[in-house]
Design a protein around this ligand. Structure first.
Ligand code: THU
Length: 157
């Protein structure tokens, strides 16, 4: 029997159409992207974790001359959240990037390793959270669960 899956998401032509509080997440993500240490890729990624308490946890990508030792902005923010706010629930993860690695109209879609961490974070808190992805030309996509970005993940089917 053939089956199929469908993944719900919202699309906006610009993040400036979002609610004021969501626009703040995008602005904070662009601010923290300035702290990226990315001398090898020159791709500056900023990530904001919005907690239910209203607290914002910020991360940027941190590279290393031994390439696999570096870490993506998403995992910097998610692991910082796990370490410093272990009991808090995440409401939103917002990710932005600046750099020539991606054409301006391409969404910054997280790598596989980040999706795996995003998913386990969601399972751990037993509550879904929104994932807001922005392209350099301001297009915005919002997913409603980390599961939607990693269907058939190990141990979930
Ligand atoms: N990067 C992120 O921080 N997040 C992503 O979603 C994709 C890629 C970083 C890793 C590396 O420092 C640079 O961007 C180029 O891949």
């Amino acid at each position: 029997m053939k089956n199929h899956i469908s993944i719900p998401y919202d699309h906006y032509d610009s993040w400036r159409e979002l609610s004021e509080s969501d626009q703040v997440l995008v602005q904070k993500a662009y601010q923290i992207a300035e702290t990226a240490y990315a001398p090898y890729s020159e791709f500056h990624v900023g990530s904001v974790v919005e907690l239910m308490s209203g607290e914002l946890v910020l991360g940027s990508n941190q590279e290393n001359i031994a390439f696999p030792s570096g870490l993506c902005a998403e995992r910097v923010a998610l692991f910082y959240t796990g370490a410093n706010f272990p009991q808090e629930v995440i409401k939103t993860l917002c990710v932005v990037a600046k750099g020539e690695l991606l054409p301006v109209d391409k969404l910054l879609t997280p790598c596989g390793a980040c999706r795996q961490v995003m998913l386990e974070t969601e399972i751990r808190q037993n509550q879904t959270y929104r994932i807001m992805l922005i392209s350099q030309n301001e297009q915005t996509v919002i997913f409603y669960s980390a599961k939607d970005l990693l269907p058939f993940a190990f141990g979930t089917v």
